[in-house]
Design a protein around this ligand. Structure first.
Ligand code: CEZ
Length: 828
């Protein structure tokens, strides 16, 4: 057992930050990492449990639970249980009968050394147990649904060993209609077959091309095998299965029984001898496909080629920023993990076929910094699905067969808002104003330019308001489960009103650049009207309310015992300018007093503890989870972005830093997450349930990634595109003395050295309060901190001198979090 107060590091990272290593399977038992490719996604936890989906074209499992599983989207805080799908390797000493399993489940024998090692392109373990080292590595190829597993055993016990090694890959309850499993010598492994259950004739025609087989193929022929799950497990249970207590697995065939893929290798290892085994595991339609995969991958050269290709794939997602700052953990997160997460979202759209429109546009906003041509195509695709009235559908269909599912069958009112928000980022990053002239056809409303389509989306937004001038919420806005504020058609959203004002302002700005003066004036005027309406109806004295229900009740206000203050209206009031300077001060302090936690700001507080039928499903979620008062990182990212927008650099930095787990042990253990992605939330309800606050959802699907990347590029380091140039307006935290950054921008490279001027330097000539940033390009001082035009292919060397920090400035994050984190430390 590892204790949270133990000083030994639970987590280490490689020098360059590209690997993150966890030294215990129990300190953070749900800690996970993920790999994906264009066809599949695997989330692997440190103990060996796995959630995997492949696309056919809808997401489907190929290793199942032992009971009938409901089809659902990726869920937060996935519970694990003994028979949860996973990938395991039992190791038995033939002489002593001693048994352990790698990585940790199902035997749970404590190892002399445990290391869960996560790289950008692989997930590995190194286990030392009973004089044996077991290394397991999982990789994916770029373009097939198949897991590539390599297992190396080494005898470091100093004596000859006789062991049996059993890869055990449970396949689970495949189908109530038809399932089986058998060893296939001709294919070289265990193949489990099934028929996806259905009842409607139509479904037969949809399903008949499904990959209903699950295979585990070996490179080296095993000594024995078993494909009946219950025979393998027997009465001993998964932690001590009957089958491994026998000299040899029994070779059983599953005939309408729950199948499993278990192999046995009897191995003799001399001292220091090593043995490597390779396997592939995945779904397939038929034998032919299984054989083809075997041929393509199942060899040392096949694995090596796939690994190299995968690294090439990941290199496309390396992002536009490399940083070297006084904060090593931030560097690692920003250089390796965050752009990887942005690329995952943008390249495969969270492996959905009907991404929510707002998610799609925000994920593609992130892609503007990574691979802008993908972002461009996504905008065109979105507009090609615009409705004749100018509104956008709830999800964007990515293929002809795709259908709107789950939440996309519930009408939400905010989708159009994300168009100018996307365009603002995209146009700044690329300068690709020609996009606005592209012609786009859409069903039922002919062909017109992007510019015209966005105009009509803005007109729709401007029109979808009540007599007070506030935006209708319908069955939800950005907050999906806020479904009952306005379901009777009258309720309005404070957040959406502000977001509409902000979107219209951004669009008015683009209209101005396009010399569309009338449009500019119109949208700017409506934005001002909305800001006034919000002030008139929703300013509660210290902060902005969240909305007004169908019955005319204002909520998110002082009188509310629960859901008293919401974060989103405050952030977007800063962005839209609805908050004047006094309101700005007041709402920041309200947020700090009521929403701050050591893990970031909560999305609302106090969390609801009972259903409010005039607010909706959000109030039914467990207090402190998801939208009901967690540290919902997407909302935290909006807030951080808005703080930067109003120049609150230190506050913004403090919250941005809180989003990354660690580096101190108590914080890592409390969050239970590796700093290899931003999760959609950390548990909130900090005042109600402090012992659970901070716990990560482990869900890496989140709009957070794009926004935080944007904050780093454009705000923290202030290397922001504008018209034909790059503007330099950094907002480094005041305790940083220097930083070094490489920024790729429109095919040019900027090597930037930031240095903070000392107090005294330049004081005489420019006065003590000189807050200006001085920029030198290749040694020459720039009168204005703007490089324009930017020459493609050029390597610019920039020296950026920042104004001196005020004498009292300290590191706010370190000071304010440490105490609370210690109070909150848990022993595990
Ligand atoms: O989904 C996210 C959505 O994908 O919730 C966000 C929303 O802005 C994103 O578009 C805030 O509501 O339906 C539910 O109750 C779920 O909680 C979803 O709202 C949530 C998923 O957990 C994320 O995958």
């Amino acid at each position: 057992m590892i204790n949270a107060t133990d000083n030994a590091a639970v987590l280490t990272s490689s020098e360059d930050g590209a690997r993150c290593e966890l030294a215990s399977p129990t300190a953070m038992p749900a800690a996970s990492a993920f790999l994906w490719n264009r066809r599949m996604l695997v989330q692997v936890n440190c103990r060996g449990f796995v959630v995997a989906r492949h696309m056919q074209p809808e997401p489907a499992a190929y290793a199942h639970a032992p009971n009938l599983e409901a089809k659902t989207f990726m869920q937060p805080e996935q519970p694990f249980y003994a028979h949860h799908p996973g990938r395991f390797l039992y190791v038995k000493d033939e002489d002593t009968g001693e048994l352990f399993s790698a990585p940790y489940e199902p035997v749970r024998a404590s190892a002399e050394q445990f290391c869960f090692s996560v790289g950008s392109g692989d997930i590995s373990w190194r286990i030392h147990n009973a004089g044996l080292e077991v290394c397991l590595t999982l990789r994916l190829p770029v373009d097939d649904s198949v897991e590539l597993w390599e297992c190396t055993l080494r005898n470091y016990s100093g004596r000859p060993r006789r062991i049996s090694v059993y890869p055990y890959f449970p396949v689970g309850y495949m189908s109530w209609m038809n399932q089986s499993g058998e060893y296939r010598a001709d294919l070289g492994g265990i193949v489990c077959s099934s028929i996806t259950p259905y009842q409607k004739v139509d479904d037969y025609f949809k399903n008949r091309h499904f990959k209903d087989k699950t295979f585990l193929l070996h490179e080296t022929t095993p000594d024995a095998w078993e494909s009946v799950q219950s025979t393998f497990e027997g009465e001993g249970g998964l932690h001590n299965p009957d089958a491994v207590r026998q000299p040899l697995l029994g070779g059983g065939e599953a005939r309408y029984q729950v199948p499993a893929a278990a192999l046995q290798y009897r191995v003799k290892l001399a001292p220091d001898e090593k043995r490597t085994l390779r396997f592939i595991f995945g779904p397939a339609r038929d034998d032919k496909e299984i054989l083809a995969l075997r041929k393509r991958y199942l060899s040392i050269t096949g694995f090596a080629a796939a690994a190299a290709q995968y690294q090439g794939y990941l290199a496309q997602g390396r992002g536009c920023l490399q940083i070297e700052t006084p904060d090593r953990e931030l560097d690692q997160f920003a250089n390796h993990w965050l752009p990887r997460q942005v690329f995952y979202h943008g390249d495969v759209n969270r492996l959905t076929t009907d991404p929510q429109t707002r998610n799609y546009l925000q994920d593609q906003l992130g892609m503007a910094y990574i691979r802008p041509k993908t972002a461009r195509a996504a905008l065109l695709r979105t507009l090609s699905q615009q409705k004749p009235d100018g509104s956008l559908p709830d999800g964007i269909l990515l293929s002809a067969e795709a259908e709107l599912k789950y939440i996309n069958q519930v009408p939400h009112t905010d989708h159009c808002v994300w168009l100018p928000i996307f365009l603002h980022a995209y146009l700044n990053e690329t300068g690709d104003y020609a996009l606005l002239d592209e012609r786009v056809g859409a069903d039922g409303n002919g062909e017109c330019s992007v510019f015209e389509r966005v105009n009509s989306a803005m007109d729709w937004l401007a029109g979808a308001r009540d007599q007070r001038g506030l935006s209708y919420i319908g069955q939800g806005d950005w907050c999906d489960p806020m479904n009952m504020v306005g379901y009777r058609g009258r309720g309005v959203s404070g957040w959406l009103s502000l977001a509409t004002a902000y979107a219209l302002q951004l669009w008015a700005h683009i209209c101005a650049q396009q010399k569309q003066v009338a449009a500019e004036e119109k949208y700017a005027r409506i934005a001002t009207e909305i800001n006034s309406a919000v002030n008139r109806h929703l300013w509660d004295g210290e902060w902005f309310a969240r909305g007004i229900t169908d019955e005319g009740r204002i909520f998110g206000i002082r009188e509310d015992r629960e859901g008293r203050i919401f974060l989103n209206p405050q952030s977007w009031a800063l962005l839209s300018g609805a908050a004047d300077v006094t309101q700005h001060e007041s709402l920041l302090s309200a947020v700090e007093q009521q929403l701050a936690t050591p893990y970031g700001p909560m999305m609302l507080a106090p969390a609801y503890t009972a259903m409010r039928e005039d607010v909706g499903r959000v109030t039914q979620k467990h207090p402190g989870s998801a939208e009901n008062g967690s540290v919902y990182n997407h909302a935290a990212a909006f807030y951080i972005y808005s703080l930067y927008a109003v120049g609150e650099s230190d506050r913004a930095w403090h919250l941005l830093r809180q989003m990354i787990p660690g580096p101190d042990r108590a914080d890592l253990v409390q969050r239970g997450q590796l700093p290899v992605f931003a999760p959609n939330y950390y548990r909130g309800a900090w005042h109600q349930y402090p012992e659970h606050a901070g716990r990560s959802s482990q869900l890496f699907n989140t709009g957070t990634a794009a926004w935080i990347y944007r904050c780093l590029v454009e705000a923290l380091f202030g290397l922001k595109g504008e018209g034909q140039g790059l503007r330099i307006a950094p907002q480094l935290p005041s305790h940083w003395r220097q930083a070094r950054v490489e920024r790729r921008f429109r095919d040019a490279l900027f090597e930037v050295q930031f240095e903070r001027r000392q107090i005294g330097e330049g004081e005489r000539s420019e006065g003590k309060n000189d807050k200006s940033v001085r920029v030198y390009v290749d040694g020459e001082h720039l009168a204005e901190p703007l490089i324009s035009p930017v020459q493609a292919g050029r390597h610019y060397r920039l020296r950026v001198l920042l104004p001196p920090a005020a004498a009292h400035t300290t590191n706010p994050a370190k000071n304010s979090t440490t105490k609370s984190k210690q109070q909150n430390a848990q022993t595990v």
